[in-house]
Design a protein around this ligand. Structure first.
Ligand SMILES: NC(=O)c1ccc[n+]([C@@H]2O[C@H](COP(=O)([O-])OP(=O)(O)OC[C@H]3O[C@@H](n4cnc5c(N)ncnc54)[C@H](OP(=O)(O)O)[C@@H]3O)[C@@H](O)[C@H]2O)c1
Length: 328
């Protein structure tokens, strides 16, 4: 008989209220996968986009939302030798984190950092995979460079500030309130710019321009980012909260020798994600285990209250990460 589990599904595209608690069959592990008994599931802005019908799961992925979780390995697929039943891990997921059990490639699991709880560990994968691959691999941030991250108090922003600071960059951030700006400087930003009161282009030009900008806002930030970049600067785009269509004078790209790039994590190959996991294990997990960096926790909701978690995220009052308590 098929074993059932509790899960939250998107009953139809719409607002937070379409998130519905249901019973679903428990997943089976495919070759190279493990099944986790989920303790906590991280909530990310892309989940809200998926719920609204603007970010479909890639082919073969669960239709349930949820891109990261912590939990215990309870089943191994064929060929899995790197993990054992009972291991406690946090994992990047192809989807399906808002559920009591989820399947994911073993190579996308990382150990729960020593000294860290399951709640905090659930908040690591989505932002650390995204920040590592965009800021360091794609953007090539180096020690001593000036790094600007927009949305500094977001899940992504709080991760980017800490990692860039720990690896020796000079960090600048934008955020929409004094409390959010304080959170950014507490995390290691040299300067936080309240964009409602101050022009980030002027602020960065006064510093000599940004060597790298990580942007999730888009819209009129795109031409302003180009102005704020220093010679040989790089702009890495990871979202377009204000829209992707703008008028841009590309002459600046040539004159300042700029690189304009970006990426999304979810559609990348399993192999590419496994490589990012390996990089994180080597370069970042020691920093987490030494307590030099860690997730910034905003709030926790029960799985059944996923709609409230999404409403909190979309109100944009949060600082750091929101999680769902599934079986923690
Ligand atoms: N490319 C990828 O692979 C990838 C992966 C993960 C996430 N992302 C993207 O990265 C962004 C951050 O994700 P997250 O989970 O960290 O989100 P989050 O915690 O909800 O943060 C988003 C923040 O952006 C700021 N913001 C600035 N302009 C905004 C606007 N026009 N509308 C809404 N918010 C605005 C808000 O803070 P202020 O009050 O300071 O404005 C808000 O707190 C999202 O856009 C997400 O889709 C991309």
């Amino acid at each position: 008989m098929t074993q059932m589990m509790r899960a939250v599904e998107i009953s139809q595209p719409g607002g937070p209220e379409v998130l519905t608690l249901v019973e679903r069959p428990m997943p089976e592990p495919d070759q190279g996968q493990v099944v986790l008994k989920v303790a906590y599931a991280g909530v990310n802005r892309p989940d809200a986009l998926q719920r609204a019908g603007a970010y479909d799961p890639p082919p073969g992925a669960s239709d349930l939302p949820g891109l990261e979780a912590s939990g215990e390995v309870v089943a191994l697929g064929a060929g899995v030798t790197s993990l054992a039943i009972g291991d406690q891990v946090c994992a990047l997921l192809p989807g399906g984190g808002y559920a009591e059990y989820v399947a994911t490639p073993a190579a996308h699991c990382l150990p729960v950092p020593k000294g860290m709880g399951m709640k905090e560990a659930a908040c690591l994968p989505e932002t650390f995979f995204t920040v590592w691959s965009n800021v360091f691999t794609r953007g090539g941030l180096k020690a001593g460079e000036r790094f600007l991250v927009h949305g500094g108090s977001s899940g992504i922003g709080t991760t980017a500030i800490q990692l860039a600071n720990a690896l020796g960059a000079r960090v600048f951030a934008t955020a929409g309130s004094e409390a959010k700006c304080k959170a950014c400087t507490d995390l290691g930003a040299e300067r936080a710019i309240n964009y409602r009161e101050e022009d980030f282009v002027k602020a960065m030009k006064a510093e000599g321009g940004a060597d790298l900008i990580l942007d999730m806002v888009g819209g009129d930030y795109i031409p302003r980012n180009v102005k704020a970049l220093a010679n040989d600067g790089r702009l890495v785009q990871i979202a377009f909260l204000q829209g992707p269509v703008v008028e841009l004078n590309f002459a600046m790209m040539m004159v300042k020798r700029l690189t304009l790039t970006g990426s999304t994590l979810r559609p990348q190959s399993d192999l590419a994600k496994a490589q990012i996991a390996q990089n994180l294990r080597e370069a970042v997990w020691p920093l987490l285990e030494a307590g030099r960096i860690g997730p910034v926790m905003d709030s926790s909701f029960d799985l059944a209250d996923a709609a409230q978690a999404h409403a909190r995220m979309e109100a944009s009052d949060h600082i750091g990460k929101i999680v769902l308590n599934v079986g923690g």
